[in-house]
Design a protein around this ligand. Structure first.
Ligand code: HEC
Length: 171
């Protein structure tokens, strides 16, 4: 009797742990280290960090803003997709970081459908190229439901090293 209760507890526990394990096209998004306010997962890919009180890291916040100035016209607000372009919130559930960078830099043309949908190449647009990781981190957070459909209310300050790199990239 006691053993049965314990086994039931173990089973429920195992299920809840499995349910909490996160993964997307780049693997486990859990941040394991940070450098100048930028977070990385165990594979070394950029990722998001959301504090218990909802404060998001600078990249997630910046990515929210860049996404909504450069991408949302086609991909819909909050990465939700449109009739013209796919929901990037869903794309990143299976798409890896290098694949994401590749499509954004080179663009893509889908000619297999009756409608010709074009993903423009952003490889020479500084407003995108200088913020690729920001946009990626924001969409990664969306893919894992770590941030909701609204502008993140609280965010970390812009890191000093980030501001320097941003100036160098934009000029
Ligand atoms: C002019 C409209 C337009 C804009 C602006 C645009 N995209 Fe796209 N994007 C598309 C279309 C259309 C596709 C699908 C192309 C295809 O089917 O091959 C696409 C595909 C993608 C994909 C591949 C998704 C998948 O599931 O395979 C990624 C990643 C992507 N876009 C990222 C971005 C990012 C990031 C931005 C902003 C910097 C952006 N796009 C801006 C139209 C656009």
């Amino acid at each position: 009797m006691v053993a049965r209760i314990i086994w039931r507890f173990v089973a429920v526990f195992a299920i809840s742990v499995a349910g909490a394990a996160l993964a997307d096209g780049s693997g486990d998004p859990t941040a394991v280290k940070s450098e100048n306010g930028k977070y990385f997962d165990k594979a070394g890919d950029p990722t998001y960090k959301v504090a218990a009180d909802g404060t998001v890291d600078w990249y997630t916040y910046s990515g929210y803003r860049r996404y909504h100035s450069e991408c949302h016209v086609c991909h819909g607000p909050d990465g939700m997709g449109s009739t013209y372009a796919p929901a990037l919130k869903d794309s990143l559930e299976t798409m890896s970081y290098p694949d994401f960078l590749g499509v954004v830099a080179a663009g893509r043309k889908n000619v297999s459908t009756s409608q010709e949908n074009v993903m423009p190449s952003f490889g020479s647009n500084p407003n995108v190229v200088c913020y690729l990781d920001d946009i990626y981190v924001y969409l990664r957070a969306r893919a894992n439901d770590a941030v909701g459909r609204t502008r993140p209310a609280k965010h970390d300050e812009k890191p000093e090293a980030y501001a320097k790199a941003e100036n160098a990239c934009m000029h």
